[in-house]
Design a protein around this ligand. Structure first.
Ligand code: NAP
Length: 291
């Protein structure tokens, strides 16, 4: 395996939203791309990306967008990946490297295996562990990935030089890159990201139905805001993530439900010692990882 300092003559980003737009901005900041081509469904969004200086030009057809590109980044919602993979494959150049930013990896890898054909070895699955609750190119910013982790989940077919090239791309964008097996990635992210989002959406939904009777939101303060910020995330994107990482999510959700049930019983039984034990372990853990 050779190490790469990254440069690209033509980098195509399919899905110029928060993540795709931020990557384009970060790579521009690094001055490592001669040309960045965008692709998406809505010309108004792509025109905005050109006006903001995020991309140089755009195409609506993904096979045309990837033609002549030496790097292709798929940054569309998870459930759009399959369509994009199928549509772009005919336009790929021989020396291309392809990566994606999807929040679950098993589903994208499965689709890539069935659709990329001889380009499967050019595919380096990836996931930046960075984001906000905003969507769209207007929300993108060059610093999003600075000192943040990016997980690459190369599969056995992935060419190691191509993997090194995508690692160098993310490093040029300011990120720290690690590698993980696909299944392990999906289990870890189900626990640390997908479950918290599901709980935040669920909690606010429950309170929304109570609010009609009890004006609960009139008294919502800092704790509520801290806990529920991520419930302002895009519902469609998070539906896709929960559905596409269903097995790992259901497993951790079952674990959580069991623990919550025990906590409920401790409260019902007036068992203060059990409650404080749970709270203390949680506080110690959070203080350690978030300090
Ligand atoms: P976003 O801001 O909504 O951007 C998605 C982009 O994809 C939009 O520019 C949209 O543009 C385009 N798009 C949607 N469907 C398409 C299709 N069928 N064909 C072509 N383009 C399409 O979403 P995002 O937050 O950047 O998320 C993108 C990916 O990053 C997702 O796979 C997500 O799992 C992953 N991710 C998100 C975060 C996060 O915190 N947001 C973090 C890490 C990874 P048009 O509407 O104009 O087509």
């Amino acid at each position: 395996m050779t190490t790469h300092s990254f440069s690209s003559k033509r980098l195509t980003i399919i899905g110029v939203g928060l993540i795709g737009g931020s990557l384009a901005r970060a790579l521009r900041r690094a001055g490592v791309c001669d040309e960045i081509v965008g692709c998406g469904r809505d010309e108004v969004h792509l025109q905005k990306a050109v006006e903001l200086g995020v991309i140089d030009r755009y195409e609506i057809d993904s096979a045309t967008a990837v033609s002549g590109a030496d790097v292709v980044v798929l940054a569309v919602p998870l459930r759009a990946m399959v369509t994009v993979l199928a549509e772009m494959v005919a336009g790929l150049a021989m020396d291309v490297v392809i990566t994606d930013v999807g929040s679950a990896k098993g589903c994208v890898v499965e689709e890539a295996r069935s659709l990329l054909g001889e380009h499967l070895s050019d595919f380096v699955p990836g996931h930046p562990i960075a984001g906000t609750e905003q969507s769209g190119v207007e929300a993108s910013f060059a610093e999003l990935f600075d000192h943040r982790s990016v997980i690459l989940t190369p599969i056995e077919e992935t060419d190691s030089d191509k993997c090194a090239r995508i690692r160098a791309m993310w490093e040029a964008a300011g990120a720290n890159v690690t590698e993980m097996a696909v299944l392990h990635h999906d289990e870890v992210l189900a626990a640390t990201s997908h479950l918290p989002h599901l709980l935040a959406f669920s909690l606010v939904n429950t309170l929304a139905s109570l609010d009609e009777r009890k004006e609960v939101f009139d008294y919502a303060a800092g704790g509520f805001r801290d806990f529920t910020r991520i419930a302002s995330s895009d519902p469609v994107m998070w539906r896709d993530i929960c559905m596409e990482n269903r097995d790992a999510l259901l497993e951790i959700l079952q674990h959580f439900n069991n623990d919550l049930k025990q906590l409920e019983e401790a409260v019902r039984d007036n068992d203060g010692e059990a409650v404080v034990n749970v709270f203390s372990r949680a506080k110690t853990t959070r203080d350690r990882i978030c300090s």
